[in-house]
Write a protein that binds this ligand. Structure first.
Ligand SMILES: *[C@@H]1O[C@H](CO)[C@@H](O)[C@H](O)[C@H]1NC(C)=O
Ligand SMILES: *[C@@H]1O[C@H](CO)[C@@H](O)[C@H](O)[C@H]1NC(C)=O
Ligand SMILES: *[C@@H]1O[C@H](CO)[C@@H](O)[C@H](O)[C@H]1NC(C)=O
Ligand SMILES: *[C@@H]1O[C@H](CO)[C@@H](O)[C@H](O)[C@H]1NC(C)=O
Ligand SMILES: *[C@@H]1O[C@H](CO)[C@@H](O)[C@H](O)[C@H]1NC(C)=O
Ligand SMILES: *[C@@H]1O[C@H](CO)[C@@H](O)[C@H](O)[C@H]1NC(C)=O
Ligand SMILES: *[C@@H]1O[C@H](CO)[C@@H](O)[C@H](O)[C@H]1NC(C)=O
Ligand SMILES: *[C@@H]1O[C@H](CO)[C@@H](O)[C@H](O)[C@H]1NC(C)=O
Ligand SMILES: *[C@@H]1O[C@H](CO)[C@@H](O)[C@H](O)[C@H]1NC(C)=O
Length: 247
């Protein structure tokens, strides 16, 4: 027993073999993140430790000689992905925005210490809505996306404008306004592109002609404090790629 500790202590103080590597992982919130700690050595590891690069964050480690995992401040969402005999990859499921950050895997074997860095980015698809108001302005909104979604219109318009709202959790809402006064086009299309999703929404302007909605005038002013709450929510992350609406 004491011998084993001595061996381990010696191993821990071996010079670090800077077999360092970087790994970037991008995962959608709610999904599974797997951070790998590749087998760089031919020799079995004796101790493997996953740490998140922040104070009082999770530390997950496994000692092969004791066949024992220890967890320090780790949520139950953080576990080993596989059986430890084969691969000490880390699994986080379901991932949330707070998991974003830098993680280090340190594997110790008789050849030294091996460090492997992983950077985890959590992305969030926005909620997309399209509405229009009486003053012939179509409003396309991509709410709480991370990174921010890009909004564009077909036909391209020089009468469109955009607002952006940053939320404390790191997500961003973007709202784009498209004025179609004097437009001869039968419809306008709002394109929302984001790493987690792409969506196309179409307003048919011919039927929009006949309907009237009361929107507070502030709706079309720039620099509002919070994103508009559009009552005529006609579309919300619905599965078809393209949706035609008559408002
Ligand atoms: C890692 O190396 C050990 C020792 O050679 C081997 O037994 C194990 O199968 C390897 N694991 C992977 C995932 O290659
Ligand atoms: C976090 O990483 C930075 C560099 O990427 C390093 O300087 C710092 O010491 C690390 N902090 C912890 C707590 O590991
Ligand atoms: C574990 O978390 C608690 C509260 O989040 C913190 O006070 C404590 O210092 C952490 N422990 C370690 C060893 O980081
Ligand atoms: C390690 O312990 C687990 C249960 O905690 C057991 O299923 C596994 O067979 C053990 N592995 C070895 C190599 O003893
Ligand atoms: C992760 O590390 C990179 C550089 O190594 C640094 O730019 C970034 O700010 C770190 N992220 C966090 C959340 O600490
Ligand atoms: C807007 O578009 C019209 C025709 O499409 C063009 O005549 C006008 O110069 C454009 N205005 C600006 C500011 O680009
Ligand atoms: C982020 O904050 C916004 C605004 O408070 C909220 O609507 C959204 O659901 C939050 N997203 C996540 C993933 O927590
Ligand atoms: C739209 O057309 C009307 C007349 O048809 C004209 O008075 C007005 O200036 C036009 N508006 C724009 C923005 O082109
Ligand atoms: C969204 O569209 C772009 C360009 O058309 C494409 O490169 C990307 O893979 C698409 N992303 C998704 C999640 O469908």
């Amino acid at each position: 027993m004491a011998q084993k500790w001595a061996v381990l202590a010696v191993l821990l103080f071996l010079p670090v073999n800077l077999a360092e590597a970087q790994n970037r992982v991008s995962v959608e919130a709610g999904h599974e993140a797997v951070l790998s700690c590749p087998n760089i050595s031919k020799v079995h590891f004796l101790l493997v430790t996953w740490k998140r690069n922040c104070s009082s964050c999770c530390v997950l480690s496994y000692r092969r000689d004791h066949n024992k995992t220890s967890r320090l401040n780790c949520s139950e969402r953080i576990t080993w992905k596989y059986s430890l005999d084969s691969d000490p990859a880390l699994r986080i499921f379901p991932v949330n925005l707070g998991d974003e950050g830098n993680y280090t895997c340190e594997a110790v074997n008789s050849e030294g210490n091996f460090l492997f860095f992983s950077s985890l980015t959590v992305i969030v698809p926005p909620t997309v809505t399209l509405a229009h108001d009486k003053s012939r302005v179509a409003v396309c909104q991509a709410s709480a996306g991370k990174p921010p979604a890009d909004i564009s219109w077909i036909p391209a318009s020089n009468h469109s404008s955009e607002e952006e709202f940053h939320h404390p959790n790191g997500t961003v809402t973007r709202v784009s306004y498209f004025g179609w006064t004097n437009s001869s086009f039968p419809s306008v299309t709002c394109l929302v592109t984001h790493p987690a999703m792409n969506q196309t929404l179409v307003v048919d302007l011919r039927c929009a002609e006949t309907k009237t909605y009361k929107f507070p005038p502030s709706r079309v002013r720039r620099g509002a404090v919070k994103p508009p709450d559009i009552p005529e929510k006609i579309y919300e992350n619905y599965s078809p790629r393209s949706v035609y609406v008559c408002l």
